[in-house]
Design a binder for this molecule. Structure first.
Ligand code: PHE
Length: 457
């Protein structure tokens, strides 16, 4: 089997290809940029004490996330199947080991769990679109807006309904195979954030926000915090679960994987930092708690919209953009599972999307209830969402990423990976190969060991 590839024959995808390199970059950016940048990054940075977390997160993006993104695209394009089949086929071809398919299967499961809570939070942003449009934030103070958020998430009927709507739209788009056009939201996100940045600069606490975000306080570093920073790097780049691998399967052969990955990582990282620069000045200017948790942007941004001239229109637009950015990420979270069902169960794309969507939709109610105030479900409160998030971001994605680097760096022969990544085998390939063989896997293992207290630097 290996020969046919070495002879220059290539597999082709069963789902068609991206029309161009730009279409692919937009799709991967659409997957990467989402709630992870605007919602999760600021609240995680807040909970973990700011600067030191941000620094470690940036380091993980560069030396772990970027090489894994390149590895995923490379593996996806070589296999040209869904992540389960791709890992199986390449494992067989390169080493006679089909068990690598399990890495793809773990990714499919991670996608189910992540999307189950992701959709609930995306539902909050849709709801907040309507609150902004109804001018509910005008001239409200921090305490009122915090209380309003608390009352909103406490009602499982309402949050459940928005979650249902978001899943219905996601499933419809995946079923129809729609992707083009949606990514415009990501491009508009940057100008929208810049307007908010202007507000943050004038809030009187911009300096305090910048200091919180960029001055590292190393006394805040702990094993758990480093693991959280690494988990955030995986989550925000969409790596470690096969979403990028699934997209790589549709990438035209001639596109440069390194350039594409660097462009995506730069865009994703700048948007997260920009979001942090907007949120923390508002936090400090209004005496809010940076360690507020998952509700942070829903308590701070409405303050800005309530005070900005034209804030109702602008706030509506902002939450719409955020919901669209979440939608392009949600689509990519379903892609490994849907492509896998289409290819292996011979189901149509719409049927697969509906089956996958229903399972995720039902699972999402556990997150809805874990934020709610229902008496009978008190035992779920706060815990389930945290556990789902921890299980996926801190365990499944890094473990998947570790196995992907071991596969790309050690199991695949150098000829296959250089052929795919950089046939001239120049310094780009050599740097990637070094990071993928040594740096990334060792870093992930050390962070794991450090988090369970086995190893302390
Ligand atoms: N990267 C997306 C975000 O930041 C979330 C995501 C994670 C998407 C994993 C796909 C896979 O919002």
């Amino acid at each position: 089997m290996a020969e046919s590839i070495a002879n220059g024959e290539r597999r082709s995808s069963l789902h068609g290809h991206w029309s161009s390199r730009v279409a692919f970059i937009l799709a991967v950016t659409g997957s990467a940029v989402g709630l992870g940048n605007i919602w999760k990054f600021p609240y995680m940075a807040g909970v973990n004490g700011g600067g030191a977390f941000v620094l470690i997160y940036l380091g993980c993006v560069l030396i772990v996330g970027l090489p894994i993104m390149m590895a995923e695209i490379m593996i996806g394009r070589r296999g040209r199947r869904n992540p389960v089949a791709t890992m199986q086929i390449l494992g067989e071809e390169e080493a006679g080991q089909t068990a690598w398919g399990l890495v793809g299967l773990m990714g499919v499961m991670a996608g189910f769990i992540i999307l189950s809570f992701y959709s609930v939070i995306a539902g909050w942003t849709v709801a907040y679109t309507f609150k902004a449009a109804a001018n509910e934030f005008a001239q409200q103070d921090a305490a009122t807006l915090s209380a309003a958020f608390g009352a909103f998430v406490a009602n499982p009927l309402i949050t459940g309904a928005w979650h249902t709507l978001f899943m219905a739209v996601t499933v419809s788009l995946v079923a129809l195979g729609v992707e083009r056009g949606l990514e415009k939201a990501v491009r508009l996100m940057v100008p929208a954030l810049l307007v908010l940045l202007g507000y943050a600069i004038n809030s009187g606490s911009f300096g305090a926000g910048v200091e919180f975000l960029f001055r590292p306080d190393f006394s805040k570093v702990s094993g758990a915090m480093v693991l959280a920073a690494m988990g955030q790097a995986f989550f925000t780049l969409s790596v470690g679960m096969g979403a990028i691998m699934a997209y790589g399967a549709y990438l035209p052969q001639e596109a440069s994987i390194a350039q594409t990955s660097i462009a995506v990582v730069l865009a994703d990282t700048s948007i997260a930092i920009l979001a942090g620069l907007v949120i923390f000045p508002i936090v400090f200017a209004n005496g809010l708690d940076p360690a507020e948790g998952p509700g942070l942007i829903f308590q701070t941004l409405p303050l800005a919209f309530g005070q900005l001239p034209g804030g109702s229109v602008f706030g509506t637009l902002f939450f719409v953009l955020l919901a669209f950015a979440a939608l392009t990420s949600a689509i990519s979270l379903m892609e490994p599972a849907v492509a896998w069902m289409v290819e292996s169960r011979r189901l149509s794309r719409p049927v697969s999307a509906v089956i996958v969507g229903i399972i995720i939709w039902l699972l999402g109610f556990l997150t809805v209830l874990s934020f709610s105030n229902l008496k009978d479900f008190k035992f779920l409160k706060g815990t389930l969402f945290d556990n789902f998030d921890y299980l996926t971001s801190n365990l499944m994605l890094p473990l998947g990423g570790l196995l992907i680097t071991v596969f790309a760096g050690w199991v695949m022969c150098g000829n296959s990976s250089s052929d795919e990544l950089d046939p001239a085998a120049g310094y780009v390939y050599r740097t990637w190969h070094f990071l993928t063989r040594y740096v990334a896997p060792v870093a992930v293992v050390l962070v794991f060991l450090n988090a369970i207290g086995v190893f302390e630097p």
